[in-house]
Design a protein around this ligand. Structure first.
Ligand code: SF4
Length: 375
């Protein structure tokens, strides 16, 4: 397949790793922002093949993982209502709320439906005029354009029984929060290629300059990731701090302007709590007031005041800030597994804990005891 197989080439990967070995003379900590990159790194074994001086830590770029517990509990409340059809991407159904998850609501008779496109929510709305269809609109800047389009279409088609529970977050605000935290030590970032495909990378330029940190737009295949790491290490060894694009086959500096226009038409910036991390100022999107009729939190004000209870054992906040690796969590692979998750990072398809578990990084007494249990 063009633009895919060549970026998974084992010979080229080995050659680039040798080149990287020659390049690095100091110890550096790099963070890959996106959970999709984390999974690619673990799946290909790059974390075990990189030069030992390079420490890769995993960032907060997993939308399912950072959706706040309060929103999960609100989703569970809405999905439990007989007058609601709750629609969501499949990842969200296993995410633990304070007491249960959306799957258990579905198992107990709630009308919870898994979608592959948010547009399907509108079809379900038309087919069920006596119910309100609520779509769980989560994600980074990548999913914001299609979710915004659904709201625009609902308005233009006069669909009144549709609402969205919004939990959108943005990457640059997360990088600022990480760099401002005294507990986070990151020398360079691999920025998420798909987010930059939508938003471009001009937003990162003042951040690289202010925090004196290289930020390299990076793709998702092993060769892409080594390419991004090489650019980052080259800058660190030279002492330069710029934004570079190592994913030029998809990303332009200004990004996708029509997609940005749609986002800005429907959403506005707001402060947003991130699960395990807390409120990050100006880090999210919410519906603009002119679309409040589609805002599930406005349509169902009774879900506003709820009490949440996070697991005392889950340390995913540290994992999402690169302050702890999943296999350093005391419950990893013991109390917490994909079958018995204590945190969202263990069930999301982009979660770091799920990646470590799925790709066999379960250690006990320094011996690998789990070799890719999930195939
Ligand atoms: S292993 Fe489980 S308990 Fe530990 S941080 Fe990950 S999700 Fe949370």
């Amino acid at each position: 397949m063009k633009f895919l197989e060549e970026y998974r080439d084992a010979g080229l990967t080995k050659k680039l790793l040798k080149d990287l070995e020659k390049l690095v003379s100091h110890e550096w900590t790099l963070m890959e922002v996106c959970g999709g990159q984390t999974h690619s790194i673990m799946r290909s074994g790059l974390d075990q093949m990189l030069p030992s001086k390079i420490n890769l830590v995993h960032g907060p770029g997993c939308p399912v993982c950072v959706t706040p517990l309060e929103l999960i509990d609100k989703a569970i409340l809405l999905a439990s209502r007989p007058d609601v059809i709750f629609t969501s991407f499949g990842d969200m159904l296993r995410v633990p709320g304070s007491n249960k998850d959306l799957f258990s609501v579905k198992a107990n008779g709630g009308d919870v439906r898994i979608l592959y496109s948010p547009l399907d929510s509108l079809r379900i709305s038309r087919e069920n005029p006596d119910k309100t269809v609520v779509f769980f609109g989560i994600g980074f800047e990548t999913t914001a354009p299609p979710n915004a389009m659904v709201v625009l279409q609902a308005k233009s088609q006069g669909i009144h029984n549709f609402a969205m529970l919004v939990s959108h977050v943005t990457v640059p605000a997360a990088i600022i929060a990480l760099m401002e935290s005294p507990d986070v030590q990151v020398d360079g970032f691999l920025a998420a290629g798909h987010v930059c495909t939508v938003m471009g990378y001009w937003e990162y330029e003042p951040l690289a300059e202010k925090y004196r940190v290289p930020i390299v737009v990076t793709g998702f295949e092993p060769v892409d990731i080594i390419h991004g790491i090489m650019k980052c290490i080259t800058q660190l060894e030279r002492g330069t701090f710029q934004v570079e694009n190592a994913y030029a086959r998809s990303v332009m500096r200004e990004g996708n302007l029509p997609a940005q226009t749609v986002i800005n038409r429907v959403f506005e910036i707001c402060d947003r709590p991130w699960r395990g991390i807390g409120v990050i100022p100006s880090s999210g999107y919410r519906l603009r007031p002119e679309y409040s009729q589609f805002d599930a939190e406005v349509r169902f004000p009774e879900i506003q005041s709820i009490e949440t209870k996070e697991s005392d054992l889950c340390m995913s906040g540290l994992v999402l800030q690169g302050r702890m690796k999943p296999d350093q969590c005391p419950t990893f692979g013991k109390e917490c597994t994909p079958q018995t998750p204590l945190g969202a990072t263990m069930v999301s398809s982009e979660g770091a804990c799920a990646a470590y578990y799925r790709y066999g990084r379960l250690f006990q007494n320094n011996k690998v005891i789990n070799q890719d249990l999930n195939g």
